[in-house]
Design a protein around this ligand. Structure first.
Ligand code: HEM
Length: 484
């Protein structure tokens, strides 16, 4: 049975000067009796469902999932303020903390309040500019491996399953940077850690978005496989922690120049004793969780557009030839940093296809923002992609135009351009600390690919679907390559 909620799209509630609007006064899309909007929300493209609702009822509304009310906000000024008011007045949706803790993961992503600060500090140090520069040889080595592999695939006329390939590529980079584990899934195929991670990541998403925690009552085959994978990963990382501690004693100079994130955490643990082994594990695992899918899916989305825009590929190639003409990949961090056109391509891709189109936050107290009152305990599902692809903020928003990020020579000069509303990396004090590393990986990878190959979509553009599972990825993205 369908019931009608108030639809106030043509006549939205406007904040009065004296009493702010509360969630009970907000409109709602049409839902179903008892389950509310659950049936539509269960889809793996729930971000698109919510974007459709924004078109139907406006940019601030409520939905109901099994009787629990959630606020959906696509208002950039409200979302920015919510992100800014953490950790004091808002927190990440508590289900994320609950699920990760249940899995034995305690790190910067799911810590809150004061506990979060100590995790944040060390994460920021480990991912600072100097260390990102130090990670360059790892990225460059794996990019070179990608070139070797894709060159062979191009010669053989093979079709490339981009998302799958990019997962392997970034897991190789991230595991080495996170804990010095030299994985080579690109060339050697299956790796025991990779196989476990492939079971763990989708399950985290499934549990965070599950309406009921059924796995606590009865364990499915997948739940059992997940438990085994978690035990294996923990034992591997704890073994690496022991080896790292030994290295630190044998080579005290590591204290000044930790080679990876795990070593940086162990130095902190030895100096201040503020981190338990479980917290060291939690943060190393968080690096994998936060840094892998996001980066690999962002590269995949960029390739989706590049495979349809040979003129942009030409420009990236031209820039690569000018800067590092004789090698397959940039040879130094300085060369990679000079790839400004490629950087613009990356920024455009992160604008138009943010792999994190939504972020969920809960109010820790009553907070009034822009005439709306968010009450203690209410959860706000922020839909940030909407503003990033809206004509008020970006001229011709649905077109892939890297030039909009280059101020000199920008053909859209004078048109709408609001870089401040981009939330692909979040905002406020919990802004993504891995942005520098991610940008570096993206630029080096795209430059390497375009310098060496012409790309062509092997499917029609409309056959590539946006799917959301912890982050948003292009399903069915197949391309063909031709070596140049
Ligand atoms: C294109 C790639 C990436 C995207 C789009 C991305 C996006 C995000 C977003 C949206 C958040 C939440 C921010 C907020 O709540 O305000 C976040 C948090 C985080 N990201 Fe990233 N990320 C990327 C890559 C990385 C990488 C490579 C790493 C590290 C290896 C990383 C580590 C983290 C961590 C540790 C947090 C939690 C920070 C905190 O809660 O204080 N991310 N990221």
């Amino acid at each position: 049975m369908n019931i009608s909620f108030i639809d106030t799209k043509d006549n939205p509630p406007t904040p009065m000067t004296t009493s702010p609007i509360t969630s009970s006064q907000l409109p709602s899309p049409k839902g179903k009796f008892v389950v509310g909007h659950l049936t539509q929300f269960k889809a793996d493209n729930k971000h698109q469902v919510m974007e459709r609702w924004v078109e139907e009822v406006g940019d601030l509304f409520t939905i109901s999932l099994l009787g629990k009310k959630f606020i959906v906000s696509a208002k950039p000024e409200i979302n920015k303020e919510i992100l800014r008011l953490r950790p004091g007045k808002f927190r990440r949706f508590d289900k994320i903390e609950e699920i990760l803790k249940e899995m034995g993961i305690l790190g910067v992503f799911n810590a809150e309040g004061e506990a979060w600060r100590k995790h944040r500090l060390i994460t920021m140090q480990a991912l600072n500019r100097q260390n990102v520069e130090g990670f360059f040889p790892t990225i460059s080595k794996v990019a070179d491996r990608l070139w070797t592999k894709w060159n062979a695939m191009a010669q053989a006329g093979e079709t490339i399953d981009v998302q799958k390939e990019m997962m392997r590529y970034t897991v190789d980079i991230t595991t080495e940077i996170a804990f010095g584990y030299p994985m080579n899934t690109l060339e050697k195929g299956e790796d025991v850690i990779q196989t476990h991670l492939e079971k763990i990541f989708p399950m985290i998403n499934a549990r965070i978005t599950a309406p009921l925690p059924l796995w606590r009552l009865i364990k499915s085959k997948k739940d059992k496989a997940f438990d085994t994978a978690m035990v294996e990963i923990k034992s591997t990382v704890h073994q690496l922690i022991e080896e790292g501690k030994k290295r630190l004693v044998e080579h005290p100079e590591i204290k000044d120049h930790p080679n990876n994130f795990l070593e940086a955490l162990l130095v902190q643990q030895a100096n201040e004793g503020t981190f338990s082994d479980d917290e060291v594990f939690g943060n190393v695992f968080t690096m994998l969780l936060a840094g892998e899918d996001t980066t690999s899916n962002s590269i995949s989305w960029s390739l989706y557009y590049l495979a349809q825009n040979p003129a942009i590929v030409d420009k990236i190639r031209q820039e690569a030839n000018d800067i590092y003409g004789n090698s397959h990949t940039p040879s130094t961090y300085e060369e990679a940093s000079a790839l400004t056109y490629t950087d613009a391509v990356v920024q455009e891709s992160l604008r138009i296809k943010p792999v994190t189109p939504n972020l969920y936050m809960t109010a820790l107290e009553d907070v009034e923002i822009e005439g709306y009152l968010f009450q203690k305990g209410e959860t706000i599902m922020m839909q940030n992609k909407v503003a990033q692809t809206h004509p008020d903020n970006f001229i011709r928003p649905d077109e892939f135009m890297p030039e909009r990020w280059i101020s000199s020579g920008c053909p859209m000069h004078g048109g709408a351009h609001s870089p401040d509303i981009i939330r692909t990396f979040g905002g406020g004090s919990r802004f993504c600390p891995g942005k520098g590393l991610a940008m570096s990986e993206l630029v080096i990878t795209l430059s390497t690919i375009c310098k060496n190959f012409d790309l062509e979509l092997a499917v029609r553009p409309e056959e590539v679907k946006e799917v959301f599972a912890f982050s948003m990825f292009p399903e069915n993205l197949l391309i063909k390559l031709k070596a140049v």
